[in-house]
Design a protein around this ligand. Structure first.
Ligand code: GDP
Length: 353
């Protein structure tokens, strides 16, 4: 049999080669702050996405622009309900969010789904907030989904998410869902940016088996035993009873709210309406007793100090004089020639120059 002939391709004329197209693209002028803010306030998702990209950028000029955008949007922020959702991988978070989000949209809300996933620093891509995991929601005009910012420390990811919440609110999203994974530190960060914290658990298995730390159960305003369908239904009821009992003996919350335990199944939508009602009741009670406002004020103060601390730390470790001698000081401390406190003092003196 005759071998197939290789037909040579036609070389591209210089006028359409890729590098000239790229050059043309680069020349596109960057949008100014006013244009982006106008777009955000008009609910333009493209402009919102562009602003979030600026927030996520490490380029100083982008950061300056991002801060200007956030500040201009400030009067239009704060009018949402912010809901944190946590649970171990596989507990059914994205399936739940898909159901809950659609339910909320049916009630007339616009929802944004954000994620805090510090592991995206290592994996260079977040599984949380991935659009393919929430197919129906991701194609709905009243939903906006943004995965966890990658390549930053937990502090960085959390701060960027906090800023993104504000822009989503300015764009008219009045229910913000922030998804995280049950490993400890990231829950604390999410807890400090939401109004209500929902913990999803599996029927039957104890906290430790599910990788849930005790402190996380204490943070929850509502525990939902998910996948409470089929063979799991009875086990889920027992788990709900156990958690209800455990929640009752926990110290009372500052909010005055008594955390509850319930059952649900994100896949079929069972229990979603009950969770919605609990969320509404919480909002009503917390608005009446003023906790809602006070909590947000405290959270804003917390983020002021968090941001200052992170930025100071960054400045310190990026300082050339500090970088030059840091290793030397570490060695001296290991050899017992210098105390860690004296070492810190010497480095601080160098830093303050
Ligand atoms: P995530 O990792 O916490 O986001 O979990 P997923 O939402 O990706 O769900 C993990 C697996 O559990 C998938 O195979 C889902 O189909 C399944 N699952 C999610 N919700 C339910 C549910 O309510 N009932 C049952 N039986 N399975 C579910």
């Amino acid at each position: 049999m005759e071998a197939p002939k290789v037909i040579k391709g036609i070389s591209q004329p210089p006028s359409v080669n890729l590098s000239s197209v790229r050059k043309l693209r680069k020349k596109r002028p960057e949008l100014n702050v006013e244009t982006i803010v106008e777009g955000i306030l008009a609910g333009d998702r493209v402009r919102l996405g562009q602003a979030i990209t600026l927030i996520e950028s490490t380029k100083p000029s982008h950061q300056i622009k991002a801060q200007a955008i956030i500040n201009t949007c400030l009067p239009h922020t704060g009018k949402s309900f912010r809901l944190g959702i946590t649970g171990s991988p596989g507990v059914g978070k994205s399936t739940f969010i898909e159901s809950y989000g659609q339910y909320a949209i049916e009630q007339g809300h616009k929802i944004a789904v954000l994620a805090v996933d510090p592991s995206s620093q290592i994996s260079q891509g977040s599984i949380l907030g991935d659009k393919t995991r929430m197919f129906h929601l991701s194609t709905h005009p009243n939903a906006f989904i943004r995965p966890s910012p990658a390549g930053a420390s937990l502090g960085g990811v959390a701060r960027k998410t906090r800023e993104t919440i504000m822009l989503c609110e300015a764009a008219g999203y009045d229910l913000i869902l922030i998804e995280t994974v049950g490993v400890g530190q990231s829950e604390i960060a999410v807890h400090s940016m939401v109004d209500f914290f929902l913990l999803l658990l599996l029927p039957g298995a104890g906290d430790e088996l599910q990788g849930i730390k005790k402190g996380i159960v204490e943070m929850a305003d509502l525990i939902a035993i998910n996948k409470a369908d089929g063979e799991n239904a009875l086990k889920a009821k027992h788990s709900r009873r156990d958690y209800s009992n455990a929640l009752h003996i926990m110290p009372p919350k500052l909010s005055g709210w008594t955390p509850k335990a319930t059952v649900c199944a994100g896949l079929s939508g069972m229990g979603i309406d009950d969770i919605w009602k609990t969320q509404q009741l919480y909002k009503k009670q917390m608005t009446e007793n003023d906790f809602f406002k006070k909590n947000r004020q405290n959270q804003a103060k917390y983020w002021l100090h968090e941001t200052i601390q992170n930025q100071l730390k960054d400045l310190f470790y990026k300082n050339e004089s500090v970088k030059n001698v840091l290793k030397e000081k570490e060695k001296a401390i290991i050899k017992g020639e210098l105390s860690p406190f004296k070492g810190a003092e010497e480095l601080m003196t160098l830093f303050l120059g």
